[in-house]
Design a protein around this ligand. Structure first.
Ligand SMILES: C[S@@+](CC[C@H](N)C(=O)[O-])C[C@H]1O[C@@H](n2cnc3c(N)ncnc32)[C@H](O)[C@@H]1O
Ligand code: SF4
Ligand code: SF4
Length: 395
């Protein structure tokens, strides 16, 4: 669908960013902003050259002026959710808010002029939205690709909507049956997901449904079992990322105290067990890694236990490759906009248009001053977005 859009997703990945999810191939005519990318050999990250005149510079700040495009928009469309996950505090929210299609109308021009191409609906739980059809149609009529990131508990009830409104689905599965249900603290959650997938598949057999697994204390010994579970559920791919322990994301207005962090974090013995699990995953599922059923490479999988080692002070923090603030924005349910999940807000859609926010003074100053390699938030980041054209795709 949306065939007039001049790009394709190389592979649905429920991977980094949860969100960041995407590896996008431009073809055959890439948009201006990503016609040139800058790769820093020393830092190993890539920044899109927003102004061609800056393409030869090595300072991240020099790329940080006005954005001419924003291909990815992540919308937290509902404040509530339907699980009580141990690693997330979103379920504790007491407000019942949602982003409505009419709220977005005043941003239609910005969405067009910034060339938004892919919208991810998350939350809270997006399937709790009271008018998902209107919300999705707002984007669909603009030929924007739509991804649903969901607990899957309502897939069964909303199979019709899911199969017609979305281009792909990312389902959060935190382990095999017992592990998943324990982490989500919902009896029968896994079984409900299973029935939901079957219902969606009946309606739309080719809709890509990917699995996303957040690695933490409660599932660190079960990664191979989770791959097996994803296959038994009929999911098209699986992606792993480490649980975030230290940011204010996931409804943590105050950073978790260390006792709370240690409920999710791994101790040294558990970190060793995870390293062992990852090595066995790499060996026993070499084919799945090779054919990208498991989205991450072996190197990327090995970074997951490293994150926990860093948390224990046993490894030095290392930022991931990321250009999220230059290619995407995250909109919270109250309209506030972040340059990525983990950095502070740069404005609010209730008082400004999307374009005014992403090209406002706060946003530009943020991007100008952001050095991903040395920024402490980036150094602890568990998921990043590094959107770049595939090698060889460019004329
Ligand atoms: C916040 S949820 C919102 C969508 C939906 N409620 C769900 O669970 O899929 C989006 C993703 O964030 C993940 N997540 C929750 N807490 C996390 C944490 N502390 N660190 C990293 N990812 C986390 C979830 O597992 C889920 O895949
Ligand atoms: S991970 Fe999703 S379902 Fe779980 S508490 Fe957070 S928002 Fe709710
Ligand atoms: S915290 Fe830094 S590395 Fe992580 S997504 Fe944001 S900008 Fe990228």
């Amino acid at each position: 669908m949306h065939s007039s859009v001049d790009y394709s997703l190389s592979k649905l990945t429920a991977g980094s960013y949860g969100y960041a999810l995407l590896s996008i191939i431009c073809s055959p005519k890439p948009k201006k902003f990503w016609e040139i990318t800058f790769a820093s050999a020393e830092r190993g990250w890539i920044v899109p050259a927003l102004h061609e005149s800056h393409a030869t510079s090595s300072s991240p700040g020099e790329f940080a002026s006005k954005l001419t495009a924003l291909p990815i928009l992540i919308l937290n469309v509902h404040s509530r959710c339907n699980c009580r996950c141990v690693m997330c505090d979103i379920w504790k929210r007491e407000t019942n808010e949602q982003i409505k299609a009419e709220d977005l109308e005043r941003h239609r021009l910005s969405i067009h002029s910034l060339g938004v191409r892919h919208v991810v609906l998350t939350g809270g739980e997006p399937l709790l939205h009271s008018d998902l059809t209107a919300l999705c149609n707002f984007f669909r009529e603009q030929n924007i690709r739509l991804t649903l990131l969901t607990t899957g508990l309502l897939l069964l009830k909303r199979a019709d909507d899911v199969s017609t409104l979305f281009d792909d689905v990312i389902l959060s599965v935190d382990g095999p049956r017992e592990v998943h249900n324990a982490i989500r603290r919902v009896n029968g959650a896994y079984e409900l997901i299973q029935r939901g997938i079957t219902a969606v598949r009946q309606q739309s057999p080719h809709l890509p449904i990917a699995c996303r697994t957040t690695v933490q204390k409660a599932n660190h010994r079960h990664l191979r079992a989770t791959v097996t579970a994803a296959k038994m559920l009929g999911l098209d791919s699986i992606s792993f990322l480490a649980a975030d322990l230290t940011s204010e994301a996931f409804n943590r207005p105050l950073v978790w105290p260390s006792e709370r962090q240690s409920e999710i974090a791994l101790n040294a013995k558990e970190a060793a067990a995870l390293e062992n699990e990852i090595e066995r995953l790499i060996v026993e599922h070499a084919d799945d890694i090779h054919n990208r059923y498991i989205v991450e490479t072996a190197a990327k999988l090995r970074r997951i236990p490293r994150r926990f080692r860093e948390h224990l002070g046993q490894a030095s923090p290392e930022s991931p490759a990321c250009n999220a603030p230059w290619v995407s924005a995250v909109v919270e349910v109250d309209g506030s906009v972040r340059p990525c999940f983990f950095h502070r807000t740069i404005g609010n859609l209730n008082s400004s248009t999307l374009e005014e926010v992403v090209n406002g003074e706060t946003a530009q100053t943020f991007r100008q001053s952001l050095n991903i390699a040395t920024n402490p938030t980036c150094q602890r980041c568990v998921c990043s977005l590094n959107q770049r054209p595939e090698v060889g795709e460019f004329p």
